[in-house]
Design a protein. Sequence first.
Length: 350
Amino acid sequence: MEKLIYNLDPDEIELALTSWGEPKYRAAQIWKGLYHHLWSTPEQFTTLPLKLRHKLAKEYRFSNLQLEKVLLSSDGLTEKILFRLPDEQAIETVLMHYPLHNRQDRHTACISTQVGCAMGCKFCATGQMGFHRHLSSGEIAEQVVYCARQLAEEGEQLTNVVVMGMGEPFHNYDATLGAIQRLNHPQGLDMGARRFTISTVGLVPAIRRFTKENSQINLAISLHAADDELRSSMLPINDKYPLHQLIDACQEYARKTSRRVTFEWALVRGVNDTPDQAHKLVHLLRGMLAHVNVIPLNPTKKFIGEATTKRRALAFQAILQKNGLPCTIRLRRGIKIQAGCGQLAGAQNT
Ligand code: SAH
Ligand code: SF4
């Protein structure tokens, strides 16, 4: 099978072109076509001679993402996009629109890094499907290019990317970071690293590696519980990397990079939305540059827990805030269109 062109770094494109006897500057033109003009077919590369366009078409695939379905939430603010990959697997990308007064609207893409996930978190639709395969860096990058292209056609710009779709990004570390690096490139999409957020279930060695990168990409940790017993019952990976190891790695990250860590917490009624968990959480994160995002659980087929109530969520938030731990209550978007993590593609892949 031909290679996906989005899998290539600028120097790999240059290498291919020089091996074909083409001048180096053609590589820059191709890069600009892909990531600046957001062209999606070789025919659109009118800056190149026809012969080279044909050669590109023969050697490379220009897309691995075949659009299968788009679901729009009733308020029109969340779009769930289902893509079919060449090997028939399905992944999803979610595009969220945030209208702002007196300012350019914000548009955030939530992208996938794997088909399924090996981490098996009990409450997560992606975890419930098991692991199918890693996405290549090009397949990760192409999701962002797709969203940027769609927005450009509407005269809008993609402002943020959250790596919170299907899969565990730090289990597919090189492809995820490689894709973001390509999207950062100043002669291409030019999206600064601080516009990206990677969310991880807490793979400690990868967090330590990420700390060393000293990048401006934001880091979010899926915590969900403040003691080992409860966390292991919801997130099996906690047996391998228990809380003291995880928090230690986060503290090192915050200290070395001076960046704030976001902790994600899906509130399950009567399970982790209790005052006891809130107090334990305050204790766990004491002294760290941290922020907590709580989200009512998005119910899934194979998990019996229920979403918290508004009153309980507010009480949980109040305990954190009273103790100096910033906490935001987020609303899960797109529940009706199965835009909760992994829900739609999960239904297509099984
Ligand atoms: N694997 C990564 C990123 C993808 S999951 C991670 O776990 O962080 C993105 C976020 O959605 C995580 O915080 C995850 O815990 C959360 N999530 C998964 N299923 C959910 C559900 N049913 N309700 C609420 N949040 C959920
Ligand atoms: Fe994987 Fe994240 Fe879902 Fe856990 S919450 S199963 S790590 S995608």
